[in-house]
Design a protein around this ligand. Structure first.
Ligand SMILES: [Zn+2]
Length: 442
């Protein structure tokens, strides 16, 4: 018994002794600090490419502005000593070799294409932040064990093209789609230096990337409202959408008594309220929207005979979405009985499944931020990101920084330099920890 106690004590002493070693290893790291002003300058410089006279940027994928912006990023990568290549999907990959080049790289990045008349920060923060990490490591003379790859994904807006290609999820038909640039995706990929005939060579398989990290602006107002500088993304919500058709009977608005009407628009009004009620009466952060509606025949003196509308539900859990939809269907059934209409739901193909971020990576980002004295909040992402694709082939995490006023996809989009610095600082520390084996220890 006593021997056992002594052995236990010895073990505790050893454990205690090992702590200073671990601490000193960590102690060298907090000196790594991203430069928010330098990031801000580069973000504004990049915003010159595609600068929109209405404010903000229009740097739509594959356009001349996109190509100029990409050339600027490639020049920054070369200045920072990265070996740059364009993969067949048009993704820009800047690589810094590690001490053990055979290890799978740690990858991080985002995108620089924008929506028309969009903001200067969406995606850009993750790219400029990734380059800032490389620069900070170089300034501190740190060479990681793993190779590092900064990835600028091609054509993120409107379909996450580059990251989809990287996980082998691009269908041949997707190449013939006419993109917002006016070019087909196939032509666009060629225009930015990719090769649509060799897309298979852009594919990275599970195990080929140690971890993927994406720094991004929140694009919502939660972090700012809570006064929290760092968001740890739990996952990217799944999106289910339906076309809804309500069939009533179009009739004379003057001669049809109220109790004999089959008014499709009144039924639609009840259904819109039902969607809102179902989504808001169960706990959670799910959202539901009816964003589109049209009534036929659309005349002032005719009872609407038919309504077409949309329903969209988003949540981190596919089961939750399914449950909400079942309840909406029950409500719709009651409306059918009450109003003498028929309601048909047709799923829209654009459905996206929820993508959870890796639990170890999430924990690591949160711990890292807290060690740096930064408060963190876990939150879902209601917007799509390249990280949702990368999560299918590598342990993936996302770091959010506050968007002033929660504004995004608009010229007023803004993130403060100190928040840029906080985000990139958390990113570089997380990279260093992953390099030192933090994911395999957990
Ligand atoms: Zn983005």
């Amino acid at each position: 018994m006593r021997a056992y106690a002594l052995w236990t004590m010895g073990f505790l002493v050893l454990a205690a002794l090992s702590v200073p070693g671990a601490a000193s290893q960590r102690a060298s790291v907090p000196t790594l600090r991203a430069n928010g002003m330098r990031m801000q300058e580069r973000i504004l410089r990049l915003a010159e490419f595609g600068r929109d006279p209405r404010g903000g940027v229009s740097r739509v994928a594959f356009t001349e502005a996109d190509r100029q912006g990409r050339a600027y990023i490639i020049s920054l990568m070369r200045e920072l000593g990265l070996a740059v290549r364009i993969d067949p999907a048009g993704n820009i990959i800047g690589r810094r070799e590690g001490l053990e080049p055979q290890l799978p790289p740690i990858a991080f990045g985002s995108h620089i294409d924008s929506v028309p008349n969009g903001g200067r920060y969406d995606g850009v923060v993750g790219v400029i932040g990734a380059l800032e990490c490389i620069q900070v490591l170089t300034e501190h003379g740190i060479t990681t064990r793993h190779p590092l790859e900064v990835i600028v994904f091609a054509a993120e807006e409107g379909g996450l093209f580059g990251s989809r290609a990287m996980i082998g999820a691009v269908t041949p038909e997707a190449l013939d789609v006419v993109s917002q640039s006016g070019m087909t995706v196939r032509e666009g990929i060629r225009a930015i230096g990719g090769d649509p005939e060799r897309l298979a060579e852009a594919v990275r398989r599970p195990g080929e990337i140690t971890a993927f990290l994406e720094l991004h602006v929140e694009q919502g107002g939660t972090l700012e409202a809570e006064g929290v500088p760092i968001g740890v993304v739990e996952g990217i919500v799944g999106i289910n959408r339906w076309d809804v058709e309500i069939e009533g009977f179009a009739n004379h608005a003057g001669t049809t008594p109220m109790n004999q009407r089959r008014d499709a628009l009144v039924a639609a009004a009840e259904l819109i309220l039902a969607v809102n009620r179902v989504v808001t009466t169960v706990p959670g952060r799910q959202v539901g929207t009816v964003g589109r509606i049209e009534a036929e025949p659309g005349a002032i003196n005719v009872i609407p005979g038919r309504v077409r509308m949309s329903v969209e539900l988003r949540d981190l859990s596919a089961e939750k979405i399914e449950q909400l939809f079942e309840r909406i269907r029950e409500e719709a059934h009651a409306i059918e009985q009450r109003r003498g209409v028929t309601i048909t739901f047709t799923p829209i193909d654009a459905t996206a499944v929820p993508a959870l971020m890796d639990a170890r990576v999430r924990r690591l980002i949160a711990e890292t931020a807290q060690e740096l004295g930064l408060r963190v909040l876990s939150l879902p992402s209601g917007a799509g990101h390249d990280a949702q694709n990368m999560a299918r082939i590598a342990p993936t995490g996302m770091i959010f920084v506050p968007s002033v006023g929660g504004i995004s996809h608009a010229p007023q989009e803004y993130t403060r330099p100190e928040d840029l610095a906080n985000g990139a600082t958390v990113l570089v520390h997380t990279i260093v920890k992953i390099d030192r084996g933090a994911l395999s220890r957990k």
